[in-house]
Design a protein around this ligand. Sequence first.
Ligand SMILES: [Fe+2]
Length: 305
Amino acid sequence: MTPTAITHVRYVALGVRDLAAQVEFYKDVWGLSPRESDTGLQYFGAPATQDPHILRLRASEFDRVDLISFAVPSAKHVDSLAAKLRGSGVRLISEPGTSAAPGGGYEFRFFDHEGRTIEIKSDVENVSAVELQERDWHPGKLSHVVVNSPDIEAAARWYGEHLGLQVSDRLADRMIFLRGDNNVHHTMAFAVAPHVSLNHVAYESRGIDEYLRASGRLIRSGLPCVWGPGRHGPGDNTFAYFSDQSGFVAEYTTALQVVDNWETWKPRVHPVTPEWSDQWGTANIRDPEPFVGRPDPGVHDAPPV
Ligand SMILES: [Fe+2]
């Protein structure tokens, strides 16, 4: 297994039945910054990232995941990853080429082994990132994405062999955390479910105070917190999960564990205990249903844009 060149999740794209409601949610409730829009498409950025967008919403007949886009450092990485995947019989949806999306870039797309559309992208036009001010509750950037799979061991193996994402930890036999070429505990994770679907997308707050302000702001507005606020054992990050207008789960998080030396890191198998699911003991009882979601109708069906 070769170490990954994937540095982070660049953006997540969702197809949604009620685009207007979702645009309003992510702008006015969740706190992302609307960027470019086009007929049936809306992009969102955030202040503390150079990525031109971290979320794309598209009007769709079904609520579905359109794609997950991973960042690599250069066009060379895009080309070599495309060649490697093609060579292993992976079905490419599009060959490496210039992106028509705002911010441009060089990208290709493929189906993973379970039919998710994955994009690999380099050379976007970076926007200027600013440091969030103290007490600013707005999410600063995308943190990580967790997806559901009936076979998380096979999924972690596939992502290791094909994309070089490596296991950083496990939560019993329920979750596998994967790291990219960066110093954070997880960039992606797989969670056990009966079907392929989105588990949640996590957005990073400036710090604990700002994360609590963001979470409290939503709770005060009457939006039920699906699970949280609390602090996970694995990854040590804080969590507060909420359902968006399509029923997808979004997370405010901060303080995800920084690992300075992966050479000496030993992946562990964390226990499932109340004390380790939430170190603080502040979170409500977790209802698994929103996280499991419905079977994703976007599986093996690449989005039109
Ligand atoms: Fe998370």
